[in-house]
Design a protein around this ligand. Structure first.
Ligand SMILES: N[C@@H](CCC(=O)N[C@@H](CS)C(=O)NCC(=O)O)C(=O)O
Length: 222
């Protein structure tokens, strides 16, 4: 093995995308193994590689880590993106859980039946603009710094930018009533490692399409 973290998942966003974002923002190169068939997934289970028979799985520092949240907090702590003390960590956790909830709604949208999609899209837009974004807008205002927590880039900023870009894919002008989030987006997109990740040809994955939905259904029998 090269020493680089190795990510095992499907060739799409899903639950692995925040891991790709965090590693890329930390400036860490990583390798990826893409599951394309049910057989590949079953072999990993048979070989005892997946603790709970689920992916994402990330090989890092001699561990085969599963559970997205555990993977992300390990990477955040390892690369100094997890605050300077317990209180900063608690704030980062709260902000990240908020963006995780919002991104979860968006992640499931392409898997929903056509007749409920429109209703759920409207709910995502409502939740983003009335529940989640006001919190981050106020946090930036009250805090008065360029970042959500402390005066330094953290996992919370990286996760929020990912969520902003995902919600803009649902509604391009979704930030129109949030001037501080617009400025935040501009700043964080310009962090050199993130800027690189946002360029075409990076390991960032495109929005989930019908083809990817079909692969997910085939591999996980859903
Ligand atoms: N709590 C786990 C959930 C992982 C999960 O549901 N993974 C899906 C793919 S995105 C999976 O492996 N599904 C197969 C199964 O649960 O049997 C995490 O956050 O990583």
């Amino acid at each position: 093995m090269s020493g680089k973290p190795r990510l095992t998942y499907l060739n799409g966003r899903g639950r692995m995308e925040p891991v790709r974002w965090l590693l890329a923002a930390a400036g860490v190169e990583f390798e990826e193994i893409f599951l394309e068939t049910r057989e590949q997934y079953e072999k990993l289970i048979k070989d005892g590689v997946l603790l709970f028979q689920q992916v994402p799985m990330v090989e890092i520092d001699g561990m085969k880590m599963v559970q997205t949240r555990a993977i992300l907090s390990y990477i955040a702590a390892k690369y100094n993106l997890y605050g300077k003390d317990l209180k900063e960590r608690a704030w980062i956790d709260m902000y990240v859980e908020g963006t995780t909830d919002l991104m979860g709604m968006i992640m499931y949208l392409p898997f929903q039946p056509a007749d409920t999609k429109e209703k759920n899209l409207a709910l995502i837009i409502e939740r983003a603009t009335t529940r989640y974004f006001p919190v981050y807008e106020k946090a930036l205002k009250d805090h008065g710094h360029d970042y959500l927590v402390g005066n330094k880039l953290s996992w919370a900023d990286i996760h929020l930018l990912e969520a902003i870009l995902m919600t803009e894919e649902c509604k391009p002008d979704i930030l129109s009533a949030f001037p501080l989030l617009q400025a935040f987006k501009g700043r964080i997109c310009n962090v050199p490692t993130i800027k690189k990740f946002l360029q075409p040809g990076s390991q960032r994955k495109p929005p989930t399409d019908e083809k990817f939905v079909a692969v997910v259904r085939k591999i996980f029998n859903i």
